[in-house]
Ligand binder design. Structure first.
Ligand SMILES: NC(=O)c1ccc[n+]([C@@H]2O[C@H](COP(=O)([O-])OP(=O)(O)OC[C@H]3O[C@@H](n4cnc5c(N)ncnc54)[C@H](O)[C@@H]3O)[C@@H](O)[C@H]2O)c1
Length: 324
């Protein structure tokens, strides 16, 4: 079993690589567990001291020849996570189109040429939805993205579905909620604040909240989304049927509730490090995102959400080895 993770140097891609390595096996085309013989990571940059078990390919997936360096002819599993994230794709239209759209198509074309169709799990996003939305979305809500990033994710889903229908790959697309708490530095995602208002105060630093505290966020923890990527891969082809896309489960939490949970875990003084500094650019993007879902299909397929936000904060504190 050979595995490729695009975006494998990123937040979720690298965690996924570690989780697959720890697990040691994945389900093969014949439905039996197969030992993972190699994990390749493709990204433009990698963290320092990358685990020596991984083969790292540094390059732009949308540049000619780069994917071929990363994809062995007998690759069985592909997790496609490389992307220019929401704020970045909105700020640089051409870059977003090249990486998120052209890069995805190039990857699918390369998969088509492999010895046998690989299972491919694509990281899509709830940014697929936008415009006039019902208060609670469900599996029948039509995507109507209001950002270039959201559009690129929806087109990616359609490509994954059609390449699957043609038998070129066995594809599965997951619409991810916002993943909180993300460690490290803020990134260009418009949702970056949702992690920043927990992470920075826990590090003893101030944090700017760009949206009103009544804003609801549909979210999932890093631990649960890594479980979801692996579960999506492990489900048999027949479980997906003709519908290759699923809205992952999550929980809806307002910023006010997030700060209250932070206060309960780390004290009111920690939560008070967050101050409201309105940012119209961020508000405009976040306003287009849905905050409430019914995810019946995902739950029936065995995907799982976090139980509550306090647990999410506690998971982060434990993962980072923070003393509070
Ligand atoms: N984290 C979230 O809240 C969230 C929510 C919805 C969807 N997603 C999706 O999940 C995936 C992983 O997100 P993440 O949070 O780990 O983000 P991330 O930015 O940490 O990871 C994305 C990786 O893609 C890489 N990349 C960008 N352009 C590339 C290129 N041209 N060639 C090769 N690699 C390139 C980046 O260097 C980065 O390491 C992305 O596709 C993202 O759109 C994430």
């Amino acid at each position: 079993m050979k595995v490729l993770i695009t975006g494998g140097g990123g937040f979720l891609g690298y965690r996924l690589a570690q989780a697959i390595a720890a697990r040691g096996s994945l389900t093969g085309r014949d439905g039996t567990a197969q030992k993972v013989a190699g994990i390749s990571l493709l990204d433009t940059a990698f963290p320092a001291n990358v685990d020596a078990r991984f083969k790292c390919i540094t390059g732009d997936l949308s540049a000619p020849g780069v994917i071929d360096q990363a994809l062995d002819r007998d690759t069985d599993a592909v997790f496609h996570l490389a992307a220019v994230v929401s704020g970045g794709a909105e700020a640089d239209f051409d870059l977003g189109m090249r990486v998120n759209l052209d890069g995805t198509r190039m990857l699918l074309e390369a998969c088509r040429k492999l010895a046998a169709p690989p299972r491919l799990v694509f990281a899509s996003s709830v940014a697929a939805f936008g415009g006039d939305l019902p208060p609670v979305l469900d599996d029948s809500t039509t995507p109507n993205p209001q950002t270039s990033y959201g559009m690129q994710k929806v087109v990616g889903e359609y490509l994954v579905t059609d390449y699957t229908r043609k038998g070129f790959i066995d594809g599965r697309s997951l619409r991810l909620p916002t993943i909180v708490v993300r460690p490290g530095k803020p990134n260009l995602a418009a949702s970056s604040f949702a992690s920043g208002i927990i992470r920075e105060p826990l590090n003893g630093e101030p944090s700017a909240l760009p949206v009103p505290d009544t804003t609801g966020v549909w979210l999932l923890s890093p631990g649960k989304v890594i479980d979801a990527f692996i579960h999506a891969h492990e489900l048999p082809n027949s479980a997906w049927g003709v519908n290759r896309v699923v809205n992952l489960p999550g929980i809806t939490v307002t910023v006010r509730e997030m700060l209250a949970a932070l206060g309960r875990v780390a004290g009111a003084a920690t939560a008070a490090r967050v101050t409201y500094q309105p940012d119209e650019r961020i508000q405009k993007i976040v306003k287009t995102w849905p905050a409430g879902f019914r995810t019946d299909r995902a739950l029936a397929l065995g995907f799982k959400a976090d139980s509550d936000f306090e647990d999410v904060v506690r998971e982060y504190v434990k993962d980072q080895g923070l003393r509070i």
